[in-house]
Design a protein around this ligand. Sequence first.
Ligand code: ZN
Length: 276
Amino acid sequence: MDGPQFVDSHAHLTAKEFDGDREAVIARALDAGVARIVNPAVDLEDSRRAIELAEKHMCVYAAIGFHPHQASKANEILLAEIEEMSSHPKVVAIGEIGLDYYYDFAPKEVQQRVFEFQLGIARRKQLPVIIHTRESIDDTVRIVEDVTRGDEIWRKKSDIPRGVYHCFSGDWPMAQRVLADGFLISFPGIVTFKKPGFAIDVATRTPLEKLMLETDSPYLSPVPHRGTRNEPSRIPAIAARIAELKQVTLEKVSASTNAACEMIFERFRNGKGEEG
Ligand SMILES: [Zn+2]
């Protein structure tokens, strides 16, 4: 299609919210110029579903792993399955993984152990990570730094981002720290909200080449769709807001965020991502 193309680096297409019209949602995304969608998983079953969907649609890619909310369900056998499944050519990352102390669905120690283990999978498989953190940024960044610091395998690829902090909620000093650690940052529709927390400040100050686009569908719909189910076709609205904050054209946001995705998700380079 004509016009700028985008990547939605974080959309839960496998969520039950899309059971009624998943195919139509994907078709609308392609019509809107969203040429590639990364579907992060929340547990083993969802990881299988993400891979199945990615096999069915050229434009869909999978990230697999246990979300911190599901950390209590993880064990060594299931995590070994995640590791094995991550060799699949359409698995582009381990995610989403991290810590969530806001909901606190799993004990902190369990979340931390499962997070560390999955960072280990990413390291062994040389895959980037998609990180979720809520009310837990200090512990999250500390664990990431402990695992990656001085590590031969990560260091060899120091020019390639190690992952992304999705839906970043930290302040600018924390953003500077994760950027220095070799990570990218992404924001969903929060940048269009009236009360965006630190998101506007951080998005404005972060170099454009370190930003990726995401919807976090079905959650966090951008204005004016707030409160309704979100979907990847809303990426252009988020891109337009980033363009406004960075005072650049939409085409420039498209080119830069696509380049960031191609660099981080190495397996994007194996296929062109167009439907057909
Ligand atoms: Zn998510």
